[in-house]
Design a binder for this molecule. Structure first.
Ligand SMILES: NC(=O)c1ccc[n+]([C@@H]2O[C@H](COP(=O)([O-])OP(=O)(O)OC[C@H]3O[C@@H](n4cnc5c(N)ncnc54)[C@H](O)[C@@H]3O)[C@@H](O)[C@H]2O)c1
Ligand SMILES: O=P(O)(O)OC[C@@H](O)[C@@H](O)[C@H](O)[C@H](O)CO
Length: 491
C-alpha cells in the first residue's frame, strides 16, 4: 500500500533539484499546473546548482484545490513526465507558506512588500491581466478593477495586488522584479503598463511612481512546456513509479524552454544553470512561441472540438486538421516575423508535430480552447493585420476565428458538438448579448467583430470579417472539414 507523499516519505533519489531552504525569495501568484511543472522546476534545479534563498511563497488565486492537497503533503508534489517512451516522476520541494489569495488578499500585498522577496512570478492566465480587448490597456471600467481602485479597499485582482504591494514596498525602497510567465506578447512590458496604469488611476504619491520606474523591473520572458490538467490516472501512475500517494501530481511533456531578459532588479536564482536561456532576442522568440505553437494550438483545438476530438493528439491525427495547421504556419505565421538567430523553422515544426502527437499527454481541446476571447488577441490580430495591410487574406486565421465563434457563440439554429459547451469562456454572456437578434450569419459575425472583442484595427478590415462569415457559413452547413477544404483551395 503506497504511503502518502510528505516530508517523512520522499522516495530515495526522487527529488528534482534541491529542497528549498526555509526562507522564501519568490512570491508566486497562480499556483496552477504550469508553474508547478515549469518555474518551480527551474528554481529547484537552480538552487541545486548554485544555492540561494529562493523558496517560493505561493498563492492560488481563488481555488483551494491545489493548496489543500499540497499542504497535506508538506508542500511537496511530483512532476510526471510523459513521453512516448514512457513515464518518469520526480518530487519538487520548493514551496513554503502556500495559500489562497482570495481568502487573504492582504497577505499577498504584504508578501510582495516584504524586502526578503525579490521576485514576484505570475502564471495567472491571460485573463488575469484584466485588460480591455479593444485597447490592450487596463480595463478601468471592469467591476473588479474599479473596486480595487477605491481608496482603502483590499485588492482582489492580480494587478491590484501587485500595485498595492509595490506601493507598500516603496517605503523600504527594496528593488524587485515582476516576472510574467503567461502566454502574452511582451509579457513584462504589458505587466508594467497595467501596474503603472493602476497606480496612476489610484492616485498614489509621486515617490511610489518613481520607485516603480527606478527600482522595479519587469523582464520579458517566453515560457514553453505543454502541461495539461491533472486526471485520476496521474496519481495512479505516480504510485506505480514512486510508490507514494500524491494527491496533486502535475503531468507534463519532456520538452521545456524558458527564454528571459536578464533584468532582475533584486537578483535572481541561477536559472541559467538550470537550462533557462537569457537572450536579447525576446521578441523573435515570442513570435515563434505565441504564433507557431499557441496560435496553431488554438486552430487544432477549435477544429478538434467541432469534429468531436477530446484531446489535441486526437485532433492532430485528423488529416484535415494537420493540413490546415501546417499551412497556417507556412502561409499566415512564418512570413510575419524574423526568427531568432540560427532558428531552424523546419526542425521546430517537426518538433511541434511530435509534441502534439504525444498520446500520453491527453491535453484537452477544451482546455486549450478556453478563454479564447483573451488568448486569440495574442495569436490572431497582429499576424492577420500584417497580411491584410498588404492586400492578402490570412485564410487560416479567419478559419480559426470562425471556428472559435462556432464553438462559443454559435448562430441561432446551429448546435456544435457537445464538447463546445465544456469550454470555459468568460465572454460567453457578452458575446450572446452582442449577437442577440442577428438574423444572418454575416450580421452575427459583424456584431462580434465590431463588439469590442477584437482591436479596432482588425475590426476595420471588412474583408476579414466577410471571410470569417463565409467560413462560419461553411462550418454550419457542411462542417469544419469542409471549411478547411475551402481554405486549402484558396491558397
Ligand atoms: N499549461 C500550459 O501548457 C502552459 C504553458 C505555457 C504557459 N502557460 C501559462 O500559464 C497559465 C496558467 O496555466 P495552468 O496550466 O497553470 O492553468 P491552471 O488552470 O492549472 O491554473 C491557472 C491559474 O491561473 C489562475 N487564474 C485564472 N484566471 C485568473 C484570473 N482572472 N485572475 C487571477 N488568476 C487567475 C488560477 O487561479 C490558477 O492558479 C496559462 O494561462 C498560460 O498563460 C501554460
Ligand atoms: O496556456 P494557455 O491557456 O495560454 O494556452 C493553451 C495552450 O496553447 C498552452 O498552454 C500551451 O500548451 C503552452 O503554451 C505550451 O508551452
Amino acid at each position: 500500500m503506497p504511503q502518502p507523499l510528505g516530508r517523512k516519505c520522499v522516495p530515495a533519489g526522487s527529488l528534482l533539484g534541491a529542497s528549498a531552504p526555509d526562507r522564501t525569495g519568490i512570491v508566486h501568484l497562480g499556483l496552477g499546473n504550469f508553474h508547478r511543472a515549469h518555474g518551480a522546476v527551474y528554481t529547484a534545479h537552480a538552487m541545486a546548482a548554485a544555492g540561494g534563498n529562493w523558496g517560493i511563497r505561493g498563492f492560488a488565486h481563488s481555488s483551494d484545490r491545489v493548496v489543500a492537497a499540497m499542504r497535506a503533503q508538506d508542500n511537496l508534489y511530483s512532476v510526471l513526465q510523459l513521453t512516448e517512451r514512457g513515464a518518469e516522476a520526480g518530487v519538487i520541494d520548493v514551496h513554503r507558506d502556500i495559500d489562497v489569495a482570495a481568502r487573504d488578499p492582504a497577505a499577498v500585498v504584504d508578501a510582495i512588500a516584504d524586502p526578503a522577496h525579490r521576485i514576484v512570478t505570475l502564471t495567472v492566465s491571460e485573463a488575469g491581466y484584466t485588460r480591455d480587448p479593444a485597447t490592450g490597456r487596463l480595463a478601468l471600467d471592469a467591476l473588479d478593477v474599479a473596486a480595487d481602485l477605491m481608496a482603502g479597499s483590499t485588492p482582489r485582482t492580480v494587478v491590484g495586488m501587485i500595485a498595492r504591494g509595490l506601493e507598500k514596498r516603496a517605503l523600504s525602497g527594496a528593488p524587485f522584479a515582476v516576472l510574467s510567465c503567461d502566454n502574452l506578447q511582451s509579457s513584462g512590458d504589458v505587466t508594467r503598463a497595467v501596474v503603472e496604469e493602476f497606480l496612476q488611476a489610484a492616485g498614489v504619491r509621486s515617490d511610489v511612481l518613481s520607485f516603480a520606474s527606478s527600482s522595479v523591473s519587469f523582464p520579458n520572458a517566453v515560457v514553453d512546456r505543454i502541461v495539461p490538467g491533472t486526471t485520476d490516472e496521474h496519481p495512479r501512475l505516480v504510485a506505480d513509479l514512486l510508490g507514494v500517494t500524491d494527491m496533486c501530481p502535475v503531468p507534463a511533456e519532456h520538452f521545456t524552454m524558458w527564454v528571459l531578459e536578464d533584468d532582475f532588479a533584486g537578483g535572481r536564482p541561477a536559472w541559467d544553470q538550470a537550462g533557462a536561456r537569457f537572450s536579447n532576442e525576446l521578441e523573435a522568440y515570442e513570435m515563434v512561441k505565441l504564433r507557431l505553437l499557441n496560435g496553431s494550438h488554438s486552430l487544432i483545438a477549435y477544429l478538434g472540438i467541432l469534429s468531436g476530438a477530446p484531446t489535441i493528439d486526437v485532433a492532430w491525427r485528423q488529416d484535415f486538421v494537420r493540413e490546415a495547421v501546417l499551412n497556417e504556419i507556412s502561409d499566415d505565421y512564418l512570413p510575419t516575423f524574423t526568427p531568432p538567430t540560427g532558428f531552424d523553422a523546419d526542425a521546430y515544426v517537426s518538433e511541434l508535430d511530435a509534441r502534439w502527437r504525444n498520446p500520453l499527454i491527453g491535453h484537452a481541446t477544451t482546455q486549450v480552447g478556453s478563454d479564447g476571447s483573451v488568448k486569440l488577441l495574442q495569436r490572431i490580430p497582429d499576424a492577420a493585420l500584417f497580411h491584410l495591410r498588404r492586400g492578402d487574406m490570412p485564410h487560416h486565421l479567419a478559419l480559426c476565428t470562425a471556428a472559435w465563434i462556432a464553438c462559443i457563440a454559435p448562430p441561432a439554429g446551429f448546435t456544435p458538438q457537445p464538447l463546445a459547451e465544456c469550454i470555459v469562456e468568460p465572454a460567453r454572456g457578452r458575446l450572446a448579448a452582442a449577437v442577440d437578434g442577428a438574423v444572418t450569419v454575416p450580421d452575427h459575425v459583424r456584431r462580434i467583430m465590431n463588439g469590442g472583442f477584437f482591436p479596432d484595427a482588425l475590426t476595420e478590415q471588412d474583408a476579414f470579417t466577410t471571410r470569417v462569415a463565409d467560413l462560419l457559413t461553411l462550418i454550419i452547413r457542411d462542417g469544419a472539414r469542409a471549411a478547411a477544404a475551402d481554405v486549402a483551395a484558396s491558397r
